[in-house]
Design a protein around this ligand. Structure first.
Ligand SMILES: Cc1cc2nc3c(=O)[nH]c(=O)nc-3n(C[C@H](O)[C@H](O)[C@H](O)COP(=O)(O)O)c2cc1C
Length: 180
């Protein structure tokens, strides 16, 4: 798929067909996602695909901060990607001090780039995704048994689309761009 077309036609998909995404396809998506830029090329983003139906059920039921909308999305996806980041790397000097006034916010910045790269690479394979920000980080970490030193940056529900959502209205170039 041509890049501009891919960027413009990617939509958040919130309803999926029952079939799961094969490991081969997931590996192709992650092989492309590996090209996402990162803080000092630290590449701290890591993709944990939760396929165990019981773990997906528990995350949907127990780790969405009561946001029922996300419960339905997660419960209906065959592959739930937990995007995790290694703590205390992005935004840090080797001695553990912060490099900039943004402190550790660069960790989430990198995760955001990784998430969009993953979403576009998935779209290119015909796989739909939605990035989910409303979740209980500690609960997700407990359910997937995440080791210390790893943060849950985002959830990405993935699967074959069972909906064709309209494109939400976007701001115009005039609103987005200015010159000084
Ligand atoms: C950081 C972030 C968090 C989001 N969290 C949620 C969420 O918790 N639940 C949800 O349904 N969509 C979530 N979305 C999807 C947005 O609602 C969606 O990207 C936006 O409405 C634009 O639609 P589009 O992705 O189809 O272009 C999130 C997107 C981002 C980037």
């Amino acid at each position: 798929m041509e890049l501009t077309e891919a960027i413009k036609t990617r939509r958040s998909i919130r309803k999926f067909k029952p079939e799961s995404v094969s490991h081969e396809t997931l590996e192709q998506i992650v092989a492309v996602s590996a090209y996402a830029p990162s803080w000092k090329n630290s590449q701290t983003a890591h993709y944990i695909v939760v396929e165990d139906p019981e773990k997906i059920r528990r995350i949907a039921a127990e780790a969405v901060l009561g946001f029922q909308h996300n419960t339905e999305i997660i419960a209906g996806c065959a592959s739930l990607v937990v995007l995790v980041s290694t703590a205390k790397k992005c935004g840090y000097e080797k001695d553990g001090s912060y490099t900039t006034s943004k402190k550790d916010k660069w960790e989430m910045f990198d995760a955001g780039i990784a998430a969009q790269t993953f979403a576009l690479a998935a779209h290119d394979q015909g796989v739909g995704t939605v990035i989910l920000g409303i979740f209980d980080e500690a609960k997700v970490a407990e359910i997937i048994d995440l080791p210390e030193g790893q943060n849950v940056s985002a959830l990405i529900a993935a699967g074959y689309p069972d909906m064709t959502p309209p494109s939400p209205v976007r701001k115009s170039v005039e609103e987005l761009l200015e010159y000084r």
